[in-house]
Write a protein that binds this ligand. Structure first.
Ligand SMILES: Nc1ncnc2c1ncn2[C@@H]1O[C@H](COP(=O)(O)OP(=O)(O)OP(=O)(O)O)[C@@H](O)[C@H]1O
Length: 334
């Protein structure tokens, strides 16, 4: 039996429109998850990737019994999330990135005591479990300090400890490293990997491709509520192994430059990162030799400061998948 089974899952939201002087408040149903299916094996570390608003959090919240599905089925360790939510809750942990959900005026240990009581974990078992978890997330030294003095990384590690109190066999981590500094994010990844190595099934959502590449055995990519790819990071990268990536750093990129680069016949996809002083274009193309003259021609007036070529990464595979599926959808809608 798979630890997580998802079959044709859908979820709609009714987006409330506020009333004006002339109109009544109205609700309009929008489908956020449009029939996705996947399984996660016991002990697997599985990543769910996708652009903002793709439906990742909605999916994870359905699995964690925080939202009901509109249709389809999802089971966690054989228990249906809609009809057996208590059985599911007993076996899972859920951790979302961000600062909320801890009591600032209580110490780390007292926060864990409070949540342990809610789980019905008491007495010597509670003391032992809390000590183990403080050790796991490296907060033993700070366990009697109030949370109000904790850094973001420490809070996030305490969230993980909180999510692990009931010894969950399945742990849902929704963007757990958001806002963490590189060292804190690295520590948190190590914690997730250690939990998976000990047999905990982990479902992780993230926008950091290197994180998914480093941690996940398999990755599902969701775009606009649909699962468009499901494979190992290596296989996803192989899907774009016939491409090369040209990275061009410029100082004066305009929308017109960007549109002209996209229109070049040799350009398969483009991602732009805008920094305070420079802009970096990551251009995927089939053949560097063919693409380079046109690219440098278009960007001639954008103050080019650096040009590199490299092998495609998981991020490039992801960019290609997202732009391919958006283009296919736009074509189908025409
Ligand atoms: N409570 C809600 N009411 C109405 N619409 C919602 C609600 N929550 C989410 N949505 C919509 O559902 C869609 C999917 O949102 P979801 O949060 O699942 O995406 P996501 O992939 O987790 O995005 P992100 O990466 O930005 O966190 C979006 O269009 C979002 O606006």
């Amino acid at each position: 039996m798979a630890a997580v089974e998802v079959e044709n899952l859908t979820r709609s939201y009714t987006a409330a429109r506020s009333a004006s002087l002339f109109t009544k408040a109205r609700g309009e149903a929008r489908q956020a998850v449009k029939g996705i299916s996947f399984d996660i094996g016991e002990g697997e570390l599985f990543g769910l990737l996708g652009p903002n608003g793709a439906g990742k959090s909605t999916t994870i919240k359905i699995l964690a019994t925080l939202l009901l599905p509109t249709s389809g089925r999802a089971r966690v360790l054989g228990h249906d999330v809609a009809t057996e939510p208590t059985a599911v809750r007993r076996r899972i942990g859920y951790v979302a990135g961000g600062d909320r959900g801890l009591y600032e005026r209580l110490s780390a240990r007292d926060n864990l005591r409070y949540f342990a009581e809610l789980h019905g974990i008491t007495g010597p078992r509670q003391r032992r479990r809390i000590a183990e978890l403080l050790e796991l997330v490296d907060l033993t030294d700070r366990s009697d300090d109030k949370v109000e003095g904790f850094s973001r990384g420490m809070r996030q590690r305490l969230h993980i400890a909180r999510g692990m109190l009931n010894e969950p066999r399945v742990l849902f981590l929704d963007e757990p490293t958001i806002g963490l500094d590189p060292q804190a994010a690295r520590d948190l990844r190590a914690t997730a990997a250690a939990l998976s190595a000990q047999g905990t099934t982990v479902l992780l959502t993230t926008h950091y491709m290197h994180e998914a590449d480093e941690l996940c055995a398999r990755i599902g990519v969701i775009v606009e509520g649909r699962l468009v790819a499901l494979d190992t990071p290596a296989a996803l990268k192989k899907g774009v192994s016939d491409r090369t990536v040209i990275t061009v750093e410029v100082r004066d990129l305009t929308d017109r430059h960007e549109a002209e680069v996209r229109a070049l016949g040799e350009v398969l996809s483009l991602a732009v990162t805008r920094g305070p002083a420079t802009q970096v274009l990551e251009v995927q193309c089939a053949d560097t030799g063919d693409a380079m003259p046109g690219l440098l021609g278009v960007l001639g007036s954008a103050a080019v400061s650096r040009v590199d070529t490299r092998e495609p990464s998981l991020e490039d595979a992801y960019v290609a998948l997202v732009s391919r599926s958006r283009a296919a959808r736009a074509e189908a809608d025409r």
